[in-house]
Design a protein around this ligand. Structure first.
Ligand code: ZN
Length: 437
């Protein structure tokens, strides 16, 4: 049981309020409002940062979590060539590697103010186990793909997906499971339809990559006569999809995304790094499409700091459109927080409000890069970095405080990470990347 005396707090309407009190009992906020001493329960632990801003934590809305092990493996290639590298080494991953990569990613996310993630990867059972242990929140779409390292065929990966769904979906209050077909170019229509039927039955979502690169769209049109989005609509599965990327859209695609209530998972740094293009986010926002932000895997970003995605989303679209009002500060912040609540119903709300799950971040403004404090939200979005993250709390539990993780042994993870990647590189005789500049 905690109570937090906040110098500043961002309320659900986007206003920074002064001198607020947040009371946390079990996993919920039992009081959020003006400071009143009689609202403080007996025996609760006090947290106070005199220069602290309390905000909802981020959700990283598109990840391949264990790929943290591949950070820096290939930096200067197109998506197709990048995939060739990744698909060489991925089959060597063991369940142990997956757990280490997952813990590494979680340590990085918690230290940068992120409390949950929307994943697509195989060995999802192992990812769920680590998520359960560390106290983070997740929507998991187990990868459906041929020869993915865990299973050898698309059918087997579908069976594995169903196993993980039955074991973990809505079971511990913090983990939701859907489906994770890789993309329409790697999984056939018949499988998408089969997945859709199960997604309907379990009332869950399908996490897939859509219209990421220009070549993917060209190939789809050559094969089906339609864009990947129009094709997903034609086979009747679009309304259960949450769509990563949506970079290369045609006019009719925007309306299809809106009409089918598709949440777009925007990954600006990954798209830029792989030279895939830039998604038209201002247009999506104008159309009323729900847009969230992700980092993508660590092998194409190469970090999991969602604040960087928020900041770059603001900056880049303003630059492209020659318009400083194109995406305002709070709109970008919402993309990283409350917009993602739709992906994690009953698990995360992104709202600091009585009755909501007790998820929060304390941003310490008393650092040289965030003084003076004229507008605390501005300082967070435009000036802060991970050094400003004082506390990350999930469901009323402090998972990170002042450089220390409470549920992850970072020293062990550090050691095991290097061992895992060294072993995989040896096993694949991985020489594709020359470290010569
Ligand atoms: Zn991805």
């Amino acid at each position: 049981m905690y109570h937090i005396e906040a110098r500043w707090m961002l309320d659900p309407a986007g206003r920074v309020k002064k001198d607020q009190l947040l009371v946390i009992e079990n996993n919920k906020f039992t009081y959020v409002g003006d400071y009143k001493s009689d609202e403080i329960p007996q025996g609760s632990e006090k947290i106070r940062y005199d220069k602290g801003l309390i905000v909802p934590p981020f959700i990283n809305a598109h990840t391949h979590i264990p790929m943290s092990l591949f950070r820096g493996i290939v930096d200067d290639e197109s998506l197709q060539e990048w995939l060739r590298h990744i698909w060489t080494i991925e089959p060597k991953l063991t369940p142990h590697d997956i757990k280490i990569g997952t813990e590494l990613a979680m340590a990085e996310m918690l230290a940068s103010g992120t409390v949950g993630f929307v994943d697509q990867y195989y060995y999802a059972n192992e990812i769920a186990e680590v998520t359960h242990k560390t106290g983070m929140k997740a929507f998991l779409g187990p990868s459906i793909f041929n020869n993915n390292g865990e299973t050898k065929t698309v059918d087997d990966s579908f069976k594995k997906n169903m196993e993980v769904l039955n074991k973990w979906h809505k079971k511990d209050g913090r983990i939701l499971v859907g489906f994770g077909p890789h993309a329409p170019y790697s999984v056939d229509d018949e499988m998408y339809i089969k997945i859709y039927e199960q997604a309907e039955k379990y009332d869950t979502k399908i996490h897939t990559h859509l219209s990421e690169s220009p070549r993917e769209v060209e190939d789809s049109k050559a094969k089906t006569g339609l864009t990947p989005i129009a094709h997903m609509d034609k086979i009747g599965v679009l309304d259960r999809i949450i769509a990563a990327h949506c970079v290369n859209l045609e006019e009719a695609d925007f309306k299809l995304l809106k009409d089918n209530d598709v949440t777009v998972l925007h990954n600006i740094q990954s798209n830029l790094k792989l030279g895939s293009g830039i998604a038209d986010i201002p247009r999506m926002l104008d159309e009323g499409i729900n847009v969230t932000l992700g980092t993508d895997g660590n092998a194409s970003n190469n970090n999991l700091d969602l604040l960087e995605e928020v900041r770059l989303t603001v900056m880049l679209h303003r630059g492209i459109h020659n318009n400083p009002k194109q995406i305002d500060t709070y709109t970008a912040f919402k993309m990283g927080t409350v917009n993602a609540a739709k992906l994690l119903p009953d698990v995360y709300s992104g709202r600091l409000e009585t009755g909501q799950p007790a998820d929060l971040v304390v941003v310490d403004m008393d650092k040289v890069n965030t003084i003076p404090v004229i507008n605390p939200l501005s300082n967070y979005v435009f000036s802060a970095n991970t050094n400003n993250i004082a506390i990350t709390m999930s469901d009323g539990k402090i998972l990170y405080q002042e450089g220390r993780h409470t549920t992850i042994d970072v020293d062990r993870v550090r050691e095991e990470t290097q061992k895992s990647i060294d072993r995989m590189m040896l096993e694949t005789n991985y020489t594709a990347v020359e470290f010569e500049y």
